[in-house]
Design a protein around this ligand. Structure first.
Ligand code: SAM
Ligand code: SF4
Length: 470
């Protein structure tokens, strides 16, 4: 494939600026006060302001950062957490990213691509557990063409088991040409994710050999621009934390978000911030490994810097870390995750087969247990796919991300999709906890007509109606 960049492609990473911001920004209480106020007014932060948050060292400064992140999360996203499942379609890969269990040099890794039949069986298993949202993950390989990816998306949407169905399919795959993105978009995808891994060019070259496609830094940095040209306005960016200085990659992510917002009027829909996990045959020297405290610091900083961008925390993190960090602004998590190709239909064992997986899963709880945990923490687990299905994406999504939006759409839709789960899939214990939380949420709604409307829909779901949405 000819690697043709988008029109007016730019390298928006200003390396010397990012390094100098990290080196020269010191904690400054008066300045922080202004930045926290700006955040509380739900305004996105500049690179300089983000650097000021990253420079916080004092315990009081950090506590205020965390508290502001908690408040912002509640006021922008309410108390719902959106749940999804990753589904690995194939681990053939021509690249050789030195941190990944799928890399081409691992001759002993078991390589597999799901057949149509196997894919249907995987999706059926996920539907039987109650999943409604998937992210399909692919290695980079000539087999995984845009047409192939589009056809796997269509297959997922066509699988219907009992009352189950998949209502949103997101993608995490190699960057494509504009035409390729267009083909995948036409299959009805939600978000297309590409993680830059690290925005620091020299480190990027160290982990991605130059003779591989992924070794082309600019082809990857420009991916979301081509996605936009190909009609995708729902973009997910991310960095793999542990490759380089965590503060540099936070500033890289913010530079990326600012670039997309400035150029297309649409910021990224989501940001992911995976930390490197052990993988098959992985023996890396990681001088920039990110500690749990740094991880908390970076998630809270992202929450303040891009208030309207969804933050995704995956099951790479342990249940304990997820419990702590979820309140600093995370809006989506995966649950019941199996990374083994074909792993959902096999009987679930806690033991992992690292030679068939990309990396080790940290949180191995089943979906029902994750839902119960969220309910006990007073979060509303949500399978909502409404915005994307009624066209509230891209620029329109930004318009809707204003006061009142959560109360009018997200919280009611979370309650409706949770009711579906409680009726169709849940354990008895989760069902009791779920209906208790729904009753509490309904009691918080001040407008009686609105409360009645939502209760009416909940009753309809209990009587067998499905897929009601606001
Ligand atoms: N092959 C495509 C690519 O590289 O963009 C998409 C799939 S790749 C399997 C998805 C992401 O997994 C990568 O972007 C990387 O951030 C992450 N990843 C790879 N190895 C990892 C590891 N050992 N621990 C945690 N995340 C990892
Ligand atoms: Fe292949 Fe993606 Fe793994 Fe790199 S991260 S080896 S491109 S699957």
């Amino acid at each position: 494939m000819n690697r043709i960049l988008s029109e007016n492609a730019v390298d928006f990473i200003d390396d010397s600026l990012l390094h100098s911001l990290i080196k020269n920004t010191k904690e400054d209480k008066a300045r922080l006060r202004d930045i926290f106020d700006k955040s509380k007014a739900k305004q996105a932060l500049s690179l300089e302001e983000t650097a000021a948050l990253l420079a916080i060292e004092s315990p009081e400064g950090l506590e205020e950062l965390y508290q502001t992140a908690r408040d912002l999360k509640r006021s922008i996203y309410g108390n719902r957490i959106v749940l999804f499942a990753p589904l690995y379609i194939g681990n053939n890969c021509i690249n050789n990213c030195t941190y990944c269990g799928f890399r081409s040099s691992l001759k002993d890794a078991v390589r597999k691509t799901l057949s149509d039949q196997e894919l249907v069986a995987e999706v059926a298993s996920l539907e039987r557990e109650g999943h409604k949202r998937l992210i399909l993950v692919y290695g980079e390989h000539p087999k995984y063409t845009p047409e192939f990816i589009a056809s796997t998306v269509r297959t997922c949407y066509n699988v219907k088991v009992g009352k189950g169905e998949i209502r949103r399919v997101n993608i995490n795959a190699a960057p494509m040409s504009v035409e390729g993105f267009r083909t995948v978009k036409e299959s009805g995808i939600g978000t297309f994710q590409v993680f830059q891994e690290t925005y620091h060019r020299e480190t990027y070259a160290k982990y991605h050999p130059v003779n591989t496609v992924k070794g082309d830094y600019m082809w990857r940095l420009n991916a979301m621009d081509r996605a936009f040209e190909g009609g995708i306005d729902d973009m997910g960016i991310g960095a793999l934390f542990g490759l380089y200085d965590w503060r540099y990659d936070v500033l890289g992510l913010i530079s990326h978000a600012i670039h997309l917002q400035k150029t297309y009027g649409v910021g990224p829909h989501t940001i992911s911030f995976p930390r490197i996990k052990p993988a098959f045959g992985l023996n890396l020297d990681l001088p920039y490994e990110v500690s749990d405290n740094q991880f908390k610091h970076l998630v809270a900083t992202l929450r303040l810097s891009v208030p309207y961008t969804g933050l995704i925390m995956t099951a790479r993190e342990s249940a304990e870390i997820r419990d702590e960090v979820i309140e600093f602004g995370v809006s989506q998590i995966d649950a019941g995750t199996r990374l083994e190709i074909g792993g959902y239909q096999e009987k679930r064992e806690l033991k992992q087969n690292l030679d068939r997986e990309q990396f080790e899963v940290g949180d191995q709880r089943e979906l029902d247990a994750v839902i119960r945990w969220l309910l006990n923490r007073e979060f509303i687990p949500s399978f909502c796919t409404s915005c994307y299905r009624v066209g509230r994406t891209g620029e329109h999504f930004m318009e809707y991300a204003i006061p009142g939006f959560i109360g009018n759409f997200c919280t009611p839709n979370a309650m409706l999709t949770l009711t579906e789960y409680l009726e169709d899939y849940s354990s008895e214990e989760t069902k009791q906890a779920g209906y208790k939380l729904i009753a509490n949420e309904l009691a918080k709604i001040k407008d009686p007509a609105r409360r009645e409307d939502i209760s009416g829909k909940i009753e309809q779901i209990k009587r067998g109606k499905r897929d009601l949405l606001y």
